[in-house]
Design a protein around this ligand. Structure first.
Ligand SMILES: [Zn+2]
Length: 314
């Protein structure tokens, strides 16, 4: 009956029906029907992204449906002709990897490895493949497939990662930091964030207003600050809490650290900066972004010093 309603003339009713159908088929793992519907709208980018990809994402993330068939359909969309679809799928898979197994079928992996030749698609594909390679048997498959692809710096990095996964030497980025954006602002801290915060700040209490902490797993530094203020009585007089968490760059740390900790950091500073340069090529997005920011801030400080010197010599 629902299928009949698809031919409904009212467009918004038709869309709602389509969404419900796709969501229903995906959750009941009826892939034949899902594909049948998808084929009907395969040329319509707008419907693909707002209905199909959206239903896939909701099923994956909120229903924790990491059926390989579903993952494979999402992964195949990494080669879609629409950039918007490719980017949103990459983001969905990036989020899901934290809690779910995002392994796609062999067939889907073969297809996206072939698409690595297409420049505009490769960054999203490489990022997914990097997470995919986390499991040994995946790394093995990927290694065989990558040998047939024209290599460059990023591909050789992925090959190296696969080899390291296979011989047990690969160290993944930190399990705490990879879930935290560089700068996070909370109006109220939910349970999941609270757990992460406690890993960084085991002694945090309601009275803490400022604290600097080092990630116990990888050594990144964070600045935590908390404050509150009351709105004016005209606005309702409510108390507004503000909590921010910020991952600091090396140049910022030189200003924040004190005493022995600062001395140690300075002694290690050159090595830390060198590491940022190689991190620019990391296949993990947050590490790349942190490195770019760290080096940008470093350049700004160097320019500022240069400027100060020139000024004093006038
Ligand atoms: Zn960390």
């Amino acid at each position: 009956m629902l299928e009949k309603a698809l031919s409904e003339k009212n467009e918004s009713v038709q869309r709602d029906v389509l969404y419900s159908l796709v969501f229903f088929y995906v959750n009941s793992r009826n892939w034949e029907k899902t594909d049948w519907l998808f084929e009907k709208f395969a040329e319509n980018d707008e419907i693909k992204s707002t209905i199909f990809i959206h239903a896939f994402a909701v099923s994956l993330i909120s229903k924790h449906n990491d059926d390989k068939e579903l993952i494979s359909r999402l992964v195949s969309a990494l080669t879609d002709k629409s950039k918007e679809i490719r980017d949103s799928v990459a983001e969905i898979l990036g989020k899901a990897k934290a809690e779910l197994n995002i392994t796609a079928s062999k067939e889907a992996i073969k297809n996206i490895v072939c698409a690595l030749e297409e420049d505009e698609k490769r960054d999203n594909i490489l990022e997914y493949l990097y997470y995919f390679s986390e499991i040994k048997e995946n790394a093995e498959l990927l290694l065989t497939l990558l040998k047939k692809v024209k290599s460059d710096q990023k591909i050789s990095l992925l090959i190296k990662t696969c080899e390291e996964v296979l011989n047990g030497k690969h160290i993944r980025s930190c399990n705490i930091c990879k879930y935290l954006p560089r700068h996070k602002y909370y109006e109220s801290v939910d349970e999941k964030s609270k757990k992460l915060l406690l890993k960084l700040y085991p002694k945090i209490s309601e009275e803490t207003t400022y604290s600097l902490s080092k990630c116990p797993e990888c050594g990144n530094y964070y600045k935590y600050s908390y404050s509150y203020e009351y709105e004016s009585p005209f606005d309702g007089g409510r108390r507004v809490d503000t909590t921010t968490l910020e991952r600091l760059a090396p140049t910022e740390l030189l200003k924040e650290l004190k005493g022995m900790e600062l001395e140690q950091y300075k002694a290690d500073y050159e090595r830390i900066i060198e590491k940022q340069k190689s991190n620019l090529f990391s296949l993990e997005r947050y590490i790349r972004e942190d490195a770019a920011r760290a080096l940008e801030l470093l350049n700004l400080t160097i320019d500022q010093n240069d400027f100060d010197r020139k000024l004093s010599s006038l």
